[in-house]
Design a protein around this ligand. Structure first.
Ligand code: FE
Length: 346
């Protein structure tokens, strides 16, 4: 009997050794919903020999799944597409802090979590700006070149925006709260609700299309959706993008709000070393260039040049972005949701 148990034990040991020697794996939970990301994953496997098993879900779905799975979770690394959600994952204890000089050196402090003694809980790898799109025939650029003006009565009945509780908006509003203070931010939100052309429905692209359809005159969107439309060969989308203007708001004050897509190592990762390797890969020149050219985002790593004509066409090359740490924006989420409830922002 004892012999048999030893036998099984050593067989298991051998099997385990075999697995780690021959097949290195990384279990990735990803909320990046961009078909062009495939190249990122295959290039990582090519460079490291580490095979990626991927589970796709949205930010909220991934956080819920990690919570439900607990210590049994197979997840090694998590990719989310919003700073507030990364912050939430950190607060809920779903990540393990990472100590990596490479990551700390590559990623500016504004775009990563506040480091603790154990390390940094999450890192941003690409940025996207949240900008204003307007009907050039009906709206003067001057009337929409700040976020502040979204709440101005002159824009009554003109604005289309997705749900206030969507992470992209929670983060934008969290940033506005950081810039204006809570009281002014709530008054601003109230003004925006009063200016809506319709109840929030659909995603960012739907808001731009609603401008094209004449349902509204002003929309709010993340830049990569706009860049995708600018690069489109579809005649309808080409016509739409001829009709609209794009503004990077608040160039003369605190700068345009930028959000991140980023990553973290899962609290109960079984392959934590591979997870760190993957995050370090995302901070490298190859992946950073991909973010710019594959999904029309801006790289976060210092010193990476962008050669994406759609990004340049949109922003005129350079633009002033806000400089507040995204960790602070994340920390405003609960406050912002309460304000949204009070002002009736759906
Ligand atoms: Fe998106």
């Amino acid at each position: 009997m004892i012999k048999k148990i030893i036998g099984i034990g050593s067989a298991l040991l051998l099997a385990a050794a075999g697995v780690s020697a021959q097949e290195q794996v990384l279990n990735l939970y990803s909320a990046r919903h961009y078909s062009t990301d495939e190249a990122l994953y295959t290039n990582f496997t090519k460079a490291t020999g580490i095979k990626i098993n991927r589970v796709d879900a949205d930010d909220a779905g991934i956080l819920a799944r990690l919570k439900a799975e607990g210590t049994a979770s197979p997840a090694d690394v998590i990719l989310l597409v919003d700073a507030a959600r990364l912050y939430k994952g950190e607060v809920d204890g779903l990540f393990q802090p990472v100590k990596s000089k490479l990551l700390d050196d590559a990623i500016p402090a504004q775009f990563r979590a506040k480091p603790t003694a154990e390390g940094t809980p999450w890192f941003g790898f690409s940025t996207r700006a949240r900008v204003i799109v307007y009907d050039k025939l009906k709206v003067k650029r001057d009337d929409v070149d700040t976020y502040d003006e979204l709440a101005d009565p002159k824009n009554k009945g003109k604005i289309c925006i997705r749900s206030g509780s969507h992470p992209y908006n929670l983060s934008l509003f969290g940033a506005v709260t950081e810039h204006l203070g809570e009281q002014k931010a709530e008054a601003w939100l109230k003004g925006v609700v009063a200016n809506l052309a319709r109840d929030p429905v659909g995603g960012d692209v739907d808001q731009i299309k609603a401008v094209g359809a004449g349902e509204c005159q002003i929309a709010v969107s993340n830049t990569y959706y706009i860049a995708r439309l600018l690069r489109s060969n579809n005649p309808e989308e080409k016509a739409l993008m001829e009709r609209v203007g794009i503004v990077f708001p608040n160039q003369n004050s605190w700068g345009t709000h930028v959000n991140i897509a980023g990553g973290a190592v899962a609290k109960n990762a079984k392959n934590p070393a591979n997870a760190v390797k993957f995050l370090e890969y995302l901070a490298g020149a190859e992946a950073q260039n991909y973010f710019a050219n594959g999904n029309n985002e801006w790289p976060v790593a210092k010193g990476v040049k962008v050669s994406n004509p759609a990004l340049r066409a949109m922003s005129g090359g350079e633009f002033k972005s806000e400089t507040i740490p995204l960790a602070a924006v994340g920390a405003n989420q609960v406050k912002v949701q309460q304000m949204l409830d009070r002002v009736g922002f759906k």
